[in-house]
Design a binder for this molecule. Structure first.
Ligand code: KG4
Ligand code: ZN
Length: 340
């Protein structure tokens, strides 16, 4: 095989929060290797991510994970076989980002391979693009995770318009905080989702955030407080805690809010292709509501590509590189990097 016939391999690196992830992508979407080292068990005793601890864990995990990804992907000579290194450069936790960016720069320098810094949110959008070749802009993207709740219009790859976001807690953050008060393990989203399946979504009339507002704006802090107040009230009176019903009713309010604001975005733009991504996109109730919605094309990534992963970073990096973008060895980490 000549140099020109060699497959284009992107090494994707992600460490913006509490997962260290490495992936090897061939071309735009063929996954050769995908590895993830989760820190959930390390942070669980604290009920949330401890930033400095996360950075130290990334430092331990990065190079062994990269070596294993190369091995599984059949790469024996990365200098010759790796075509591009794509790394999350923001937004995220500064210490965590620094570890990934520095690792990527060191590998790019020692292998003489081009480097590209990827925006984590664009990465989440690419979780769908990598999974579905038919998904092309324009489309709407709901990014809904532990740190984000945003509706974005993808006009073209690399060109995004912010349509609306949360004014306080992110949806995943509200899930995690309610779960903590219920005594459920971290992260709370999957636990609440599981328990909600056995509960009555109308048992409690928790408020649907920003329901009456004609603006595309989310707010989950009031809902979270209503749920926590109900839990405390019952505890003080010694009343039983119908955990499943509380989970189901909370989840109904969150999903109604997300669906309502997506409805406004569809109305505003006339676009009916809706992609969702981020950890909360794994939610069974949200997925079901979107799939059932008539007149919309729902693009739902596989559950393991909703939460943070490196395949999405490699995919976004490959796309940006194909459009002529490059980063230098002076690439900086930007904890609040916006894509719009
Ligand atoms: O995208 P992600 O892995 O990390 C961030 O960038 O934040 O998202 C993690 C968030 C957590 O808040 C977690 O509780 C939530 O996604 N999550 C869920 C579900 N699975 C994960 N929330 C609701 N339902 C789920 N099934
Ligand atoms: Zn994320």
């Amino acid at each position: 095989m000549t140099e020109n016939e060699r497959p284009f391999l992107t090494l994707g690196l992600e460490s913006s929060c509490d997962d260290t992830a490495v992936a090897l992508l061939e071309g735009p979407r063929q996954v050769r290797a995908e590895l993830l080292s989760s820190q959930i068990a390390d942070h669980a005793p604290f009920g949330g991510v401890i930033p400095e601890f996360a950075a130290r864990k990334h430092l331990e995990a990065f190079l062994p994970l990269t070596a294993e990804a190369l091995r599984r992907g059949g790469v024996t000579d990365p200098r010759r076989e790796i075509s591009l290194i794509a790394v999350t450069a923001g937004p995220g936790l500064m210490g965590s980002l620094l570890v990934g960016v520095l690792a990527a720069k060191a590998l790019a320098l020692s292998w003489s391979v081009p480097l590209i810094g990827v925006n984590h949110l664009e990465g989440h959008i690419f979780a769908n693009v990598v999974s579905f070749p038919e998904l092309v802009p324009p489309f709407l993207s709901l990014i809904v995770s532990g740190g984000h709740t945003e509706i974005v219009l993808a006009e073209s790859f690399g060109k995004y318009v912010f349509l609306g976001g949360t004014r306080d807690d992110a949806a995943g953050e509200a899930y995690d905080k309610v779960a903590k008060v219920l005594g459920l393990p971290y992260p709370g989203g999957p636990e609440i989702d599981r328990l909600a399946a056995a509960g009555d979504p109308f048992a409690f009339d928790f408020p649907v955030p920003m329901k009456g507002s004609p603006e595309i704006v989310f707010s989950f802090s009031g809902l979270k407080t209503s749920v926590i107040t109900e839990i405390r009230r019952r505890e003080q009176r010694g009343e039983p805690l119908p955990v499943e019903d509380i989970c189901a009713s909370f989840q109904r309010a969150v999903v109604d809010s997300l669906m309502g604001k997506l409805g406004l975005a569809v109305k505003k733009t006339g676009i009916r292709d809706i992609s969702i991504s981020g950890g909360v996109a794994a939610n069974s109730s949200l997925r079901s509501a979107l799939s059932k919605r008539r007149g919309w094309n729902a693009w739902l990534p596989p559950v393991n590509r909703c939460t943070d992963n490196a395949v999405m970073i490699a995919g976004a990096g490959f796309s940006a590189f194909s459009r002529g973008h490059r980063s230098g060895l002076d690439l900086a980490a930007d904890p609040s990097w916006q894509i719009w």
